[in-house]
Design a protein around this ligand. Structure first.
Ligand code: MOS
Length: 727
């Protein structure tokens, strides 16, 4: 089905089931330990063996020798596969770092071998007996040093920067100016469930029970990497214990489980250890961001520039920290540019809201600093510089943009009027109290998504799609969509996800999952409604679906009657072939935070957090809130604690476990509130919804940093805002 944005009303708008705060269907399974995760698929295939992966102890160079004799003789060992046993495997289009094969090493903990044994302990004990010799190459691990040799990442027109108007001239003519540099550190996803795969071969056919956000990408990439036909690969990932972008792509757990299984002639399961995840897989790259803003006397932005430098492997991409600056504020003269420094660290890649999450950490401190220079309230400064059109392409409106409402409503709810503009002027005992605000922004991406729906004679509707639920609530919102469309209650719907045998969905990434995958189920249900009407001899245009019945005129039948002679099956996809470049699709938020900073120790305690989101129709307020408060928690981590420490001598992340890499715990997050503006976006999809899962993170860290400044009068421009930086 092609999305027709002029279509207007549709059955979803009834909101009998969609839009209601239903509990997560998978919640009971996950909390009672009965949801099978990849490493726990004990039942799917017999004689499972255990794989243990080891990685390179050098960051750049080559493996010159691997001696596996002792490891092979160790108890329980079934097979060993080393990187010297085969040439470099081919990467699918989505992988940058080499996954396995050949002697060349491009980053620390690149996989070098898998040991397969009867038990996990035997595999691990044998793995440490493998002796490996290396040759070292010269390398660079330090972004601060490497930034001077960074190359420009070409802008849209191939030049070194995207420009509108004449930034330099307008900036130097501005009445008030800011020119500051901000840094964000490397971060890791730190999802609860590690990357894990159980692999089994049946002749040439490979099945992977794995933990992955994007089933179709994963299937294609494993086929490319192992030289298989895609038809011979099945990927199944029904439950995922978090991903945050770390499980978008094929990783070594899947590749080496498959190779190990082939070598051992047994199914093999592998879970990456936490230290291995942190250096073997991907991370969010550190950035150095220079921001310049110039305004006229009234505080209107006349010139804005955002330049970001990040590092990555030679073929890696930059962290797109400039993205939101292209669209968030008005201003006739603009410049955005990125530079990429070659670093020999592990691969930098997508982590929740890649680009905007890092970019807003800088931009929204800069906006706070600018408001202060103008002696203007920071909420008012942002409202003054709102734009209803794409500032790089005037005349091109946003499909919906309620940033001003987010800011105004948030200020009212939070009690912003009680904030003291002068920093360090509120004290409660030994605590300095401050409030901060930031805007949130994240684009809304439209992408094709397919589903199949079945109707049986009992009136049960079954949804099948390769869509994933990474803890986001997908099972529930897809069930709600099918229930609404077919006029049945939620318990008449079954949803089966994550299997590559099912139609290809949008997958879970870039906060596009909810809107697009639900729209795919909508499309399939439109088709199923037609089949049901036809079967019952009712005119499809007049048929109504409600209360488990189909009715038209004086005729009414139970839905299941249409399937009496056999199940009815319909499959379709939502397609945006005519994606309208006339509109910019984005989501918006305001974040308000109150902190206390201890006047003696400098420790920061968050006291209150509020997010107000503008993201189209909210399909389920409970699952959406769950996403936003989780994202706000992640933002608290980004602001105050998260930082991968780089060993700039040996090229690895030192704090490679959850003891050294700190993330927030319950005690760090005392009070959160998430509010969704009551709106629909008819230009986004038939669901009229947009994404919230990444929006909730965007801007949070800056709101915290701004609150810390308001509390202490110490401006910290280097994340995380740790106590050593303001003592
Ligand atoms: Mo998201 S970083 O696209 O999972």
């Amino acid at each position: 089905m092609k999305f027709d944005r002029a279509a207007g009303q549709n059955p979803i708008d009834q909101l009998h089931v969609v839009g209601h705060p239903l509990d997560r269907i998978d919640g009971r399974f996950k909390t009672t330990g009965t949801a099978p995760y990849a490493y726990e698929r004990h039942d799917v295939v017999p004689h499972q063996a255990y794989g243990y992966i080891i990685g390179s102890a050098v960051a750049k160079g080559r493996v010159t020798r691997m001696d596996v004799a002792r490891a092979k003789a160790a108890p329980g060992v079934l097979a060993i596969v080393t990187t010297l046993d085969m040439p470099a495997l081919k990467n699918g289009p989505r992988n940058t770092a080499k996954l396995f094969g050949g002697p060349e090493i491009s980053h620390y903990h690149q996989a070098t071998a898998i040991v397969v044994a009867e038990t996990f302990e035997q595999a691990r004990a044998a793995a440490v007996q493998i002796e490996t010799d290396y040759g070292h190459d010269e390398s660079q691990f330090d972004l601060k040093q490497a930034q001077h040799g960074a190359r420009s990442v070409p802008a849209a027109d191939g030049s070194r920067a995207d420009r509108v108007g004449d930034f330099e001239k307008a900036f130097s003519a501005s009445a008030t100016r800011l020119d500051e540099t901000y840094t964000t550190p490397d971060q890791t996803h730190a999802m609860m469930e590690p990357h894990a795969t159980l692999a089994a071969w049946e002749g040439e056919k490979l099945t992977l029970w794995t933990s992955n956000q994007m089933i179709a990408w994963n299937r294609r990439d494993i086929a490319t990497t192992l030289g298989l036909s895609e038809d011979n690969v099945r990927v199944d990932s029904p439950y995922i214990g978090g991903g945050f972008g770390g499980k978008l792509f094929l990783r070594s757990d899947a590749v080496l489980a498959a190779l190990g299984a082939k070598a051992a002639g047994r199914p093999v399961k592998v879970a990456l250890t936490r230290p291995f995840i942190m250096n073997n897989t991907t991370h969010r790259s550190a950035t150095i961001q220079r921001i310049r803003i110039g305004t006229d006397r009234d505080g209107r932005i006349m010139a804005i520039a955002h330049e970001s430098t990040s590092g990555n492997l030679p073929h890696g991409r930059p962290e797109a920290a400039i993205d939101q600056t292209k669209l968030l504020y008005a201003g006739p003269n603009r410049l955005t540019a990125m530079r990429l420094a070659v670093l020999d660290l592990p691969e930098g890649n997508a982590m929740r809201a890649p680009g905007e999450a890092s970019g807003l950490m800088a931009l929204e401190i800069a906006m706070d600093e600018m408001a202060e220079r103008l002696r203007m309230d920071p909420v008012r400064f942002r409202i003054l510089n709102d734009t209803q059109v794409d500032p790089e392409k005037p005349g091109r409106p946003f499909s919906q943009r309620h940033l001003v409402e987010c800011l105004e409503h948030g200020a009212e709810k939070f009690g912003w009027s009680h904030r003291k503009a002068r920093p360090a002027s509120v004290r409660e005992g030994e605590w300095l109290i401050g409030m901060g605000v930031a805007a949130g922004f994240r684009n809304n991406l439209l992408t094709k998504s397919a589903a199949r729906v079945r109707l049986d004679s009992q009136g049960i509707v079954t949804v099948e799609t390769d869509m994933t639920d990474i803890g986001t609530g997908t099972y529930t919102i897809l069930a709600q969509t099918a229930a609404e469309m077919m006029g049945v209650s939620i318990d008449q719907v079954r949803v089966i996800l994550g299997d590559s045998d099912f139609p290809v969905s949008a997958g879970s990434g870039g906060q596009w999952g909810a809107n697009n995958s639900a729209a795919g189920v909508y499309a399939a249900c439109v088709k199923l409604r037609e089949s049901v009407a036809e079967k019952m001899g009712l005119p499809p245009a007049e048929a109504q679906f409600s209360g488990g019945n189909i009715h038209a005129g004086n005729s009414i039948f139970p839905l299941g009657q249409a399937a009496h002679e056999g199940e009815l099956v319909a499959e379709d996809a939502i397609e945006y072939a005519d994606v309208d470049k006339r509109y910019q699709q984005s989501t918006f938020a305001s974040h308000f935070v109150e902190v206390g900073v201890n006047g003696f120790t400098g420790e920061v305690r968050i006291r209150r957090m509020l997010a107000v989101c503008s993201a189209g129709r909210i399909l389920n307020p409970k699952t959406a809130r769950n996403q936003v408060i989780g994202a706000m928690t992640m933002g608290a981590g980004a602001a105050l604690m998260e930082e991968l420490a780089v060993d700039t001598g040996r090229g690895f992340f030192v704090n490679h476990d959850l003891a050294g890499y700190e993330v927030p715990v319950h005690a760090d997050i005392p009070h959160q509130e998430a509010i969704f503006l009551d709106e629909v976006d008819p230009l986004s999809s038939p669901m009229k919804a947009k994404g919230v899962g990444e929006l909730g993170l965007c801007g949070v860290a800056a709101a915290i940093a701004n609150a810390v400044y308001n509390a202490t009068a110490v401006r910290i421009r280097d994340y995380p805002v740790t106590l050593d930086k303001h003592l």
